[in-house]
Design a protein around this ligand. Structure first.
Ligand SMILES: [Zn+2]
Length: 292
């Protein structure tokens, strides 16, 4: 889709997540977070932040459980990396991610086959801040300047929003990257004429697997199967949750909005854009609930 940039943050959640959410909210920017399963477990102070990320209209995605090279694993180990991450994310947010990014982008044929069997969307990037390489710079300003080099060259100087689009890689575990770089990246890309979107909107494949339940917003105006059933709907859909190991490739239909709320992206401009897509899911979901 021309004219869009999917802003992606890897390796969290971490202690700068809250700050990052504030920056993104202030700039009205939608992002996608590729989370590491063990980080969700270990970063205790971040408990609850997954729901906050969803609530702010961002997309959650999988970056495996241990952040290890998938190409060195057996098929069973690969499946475990995905299912453990999916389980911990589901427990903390109610969603099971469909988009995955392999650590270091390493996912050769065997890995690709497994991920496809699990119904996942393997996602890479085409412009990189390389922020992790610049954490040792003398000042945040120098680190920002170096992290902007590829963006300046590829996006700002040599692209056209009428024809081009980008998936931009950054990491939320480095202080300067959140505190100093994010603002600069956002301003430069908006000035060039691009619009920030989630991976879901950029790629056009649904964000979550079957069994996912998005948080209900109090401001929601979406139809629900019956008045005041958001809690029971959450319970019932949770109980029918399908693990990605068994969700297969048919997990992409109607998995969103099962308890009738619309648009987890409601706070952001990009989310409104995807509302039409949600309507389709709601129709399917409402039908599914009605059949029960
Ligand atoms: Zn990573």
């Amino acid at each position: 889709m021309p004219g869009v940039v999917a802003y992606t943050f890897d390796d969290g959640p971490y202690i700068y997540n809250d700050q990052l959410l504030s920056i993104l909210q202030k700039k009205n920017v939608t992002a996608t977070f590729y989370l590491v399963g063990q980080m969700v477990n270990q970063t205790l102070q971040q408990q609850g932040s997954l729901k906050k990320m969803l609530d702010h209209g961002h997309q959650l995605a999988s970056h495996t459980y241990t952040h290890s090279n998938l190409d060195l694993m057996t098929e069973a180990q690969m499946r475990s990396e995905i299912s453990r991450t999916s389980d911990v994310m589901f427990a903390n947010s109610g969603v099971r991610p469909r988009y995955m990014r392999a650590p270091e982008g390493r996912c050769s044929d065997a890995c690709t086959k497994v991920m496809k069997e699990l119904g996942l969307v393997i996602s890479y990037w085409n412009v990189d801040t390389h922020d992790w390489q610049f954490t040792g710079e003398k000042t945040p300003a120098i680190a920002v300047e170096k992290s902007m080099e590829e963006i300046n060259k590829v996006v700002i100087q040599n692209s056209n929003p009428a024809t081009d689009s980008f998936i931009l890689l950054q990491h939320e575990i480095h202080k300067f990257s959140v505190e100093n770089l994010a603002d600069v990246v956002i301003d430069a890309i908006l000035k060039k004429g691009y619009r920030f979107v989630s991976m879901e909107e950029c790629i056009g494949e649904p964000a979550y697997l079957e069994g996912s339940v998005l948080p209900t917003k109090s401001s929601s105006v979406a139809p629900t199967p019956a008045p005041g059933t958001s809690t029971s709907a959450t319970t019932s859909t949770s109980s029918t949750a399908v693990k990605p190991t068994t969700a297969g490739v048919n997990g992409q239909n109607g998995q969103n909005g099962q308890n009738g709320q619309n648009g987890q992206n409601g706070q952001n401009g990009a989310g409104i854009k995807s509302a039409a897509g949600w309507t389709l899911f709601l129709t399917v979901a409402a039908l599914g609930v009605a059949l029960f």
